[in-house]
Write a protein that binds this ligand. Structure first.
Ligand code: DC
Length: 233
């Protein structure tokens, strides 16, 4: 159950939006400012994508995917600092760097449309929500995973701006990235993630929408913290 038994709001902040919009950087800062635990749900889809690739599982073979998911142990490692991604262990193997490539992002996007994958990851994510206060980041955390979250945000920005940010992020980690290629991958992921049948990327009706085009991560963080403070009054 994503809601508690009394039907009250959960102590959860959800931050959803398309790829490259700054969700991870914002979510890590919000987690640091509030003391909540950061839950990177995209890292989970990337971990599953890596697991399937590693075992050469066809994404058309539902029975094999279910069997491989039953063998999967997925562990999130806390981000070492505010500017780093969370790490991921897949059956004890550290795949933290391997899952962060643009190619693995596309695999994660494809895998995320598969019902059995969403079912399992949604249930794991809800367990995190039962255990404590979290900042959940993803595509469907405000709509499907935690519909009773106390604070919901949806970040958006023009695709060109998101692709530019992605190129800079990749360059910062030593990966050479071509803007046009990243832009077309961004558009393709937007399409996959928004048009899939289950839990597509969409803004929860009660989410605050923030257009991050032309504003800094810090300004987005301040807006979110202000809304949280105003809501709590
Ligand atoms: O946030 P990210 O780029 O790490 O996510 C990788 C892919 O995982 C994304 O393209 C779609 C999928 N995803 C999802 O379907 N639902 C989520 N809650 C998080 C990610």
């Amino acid at each position: 159950m994503s809601e508690n038994k009394s039907g009250e709001k959960q102590n959860i902040i959800t931050i959803d939006g398309p790829s490259g919009v700054g969700k991870s950087s914002v979510s890590r800062k919000i987690a640091a400012a509030t003391g909540f635990t950061y839950l990177d749900t995209g890292a989970m889809y990337r971990g599953v994508g890596w697991h399937f690739l590693h075992h050469k599982v066809s994404l058309d073979d539902v029975a094999m995917m279910a069997a491989k998911l039953a063998e999967l142990e997925l562990e999130l490692l806390p981000a070492p600092d505010e500017s780093s991604d969370v790490g991921v262990l897949v059956n004890g193997e550290n795949v933290s760097a391997a899952i962060r490539t643009p190619e693995m992002a596309m695999v994660a996007s494809r895998v995320s449309a598969i019902p059995v994958v969403r079912e399992i990851l949604t249930s794991i994510q809800r367990n995190y929500g039962e255990k404590g206060k979290i900042v959940a980041e993803g595509r469907d955390t405000g709509t499907i995973v935690f519909p009773r979250a106390a604070y919901k945000f949806f970040l958006d920005a023009e695709p060109e701006e998101r692709a530019r940010r992605r190129v800079l992020q990749l360059q910062a980690t030593g990966v050479v990235a071509d803007f046009n290629q990243i832009l077309s991958m961004t558009l393709e992921r937007d399409k996959n993630d928004s048009e899939r049948a289950i839990a597509p990327l969409s803004k929860a009706l009660d989410a605050h929408c923030i257009d991050t085009t032309g504003i800094t991560i810090q300004q987005v963080v301040e807006k979110i913290l202000q809304i949280i403070a105003d809501t709590g009054r």
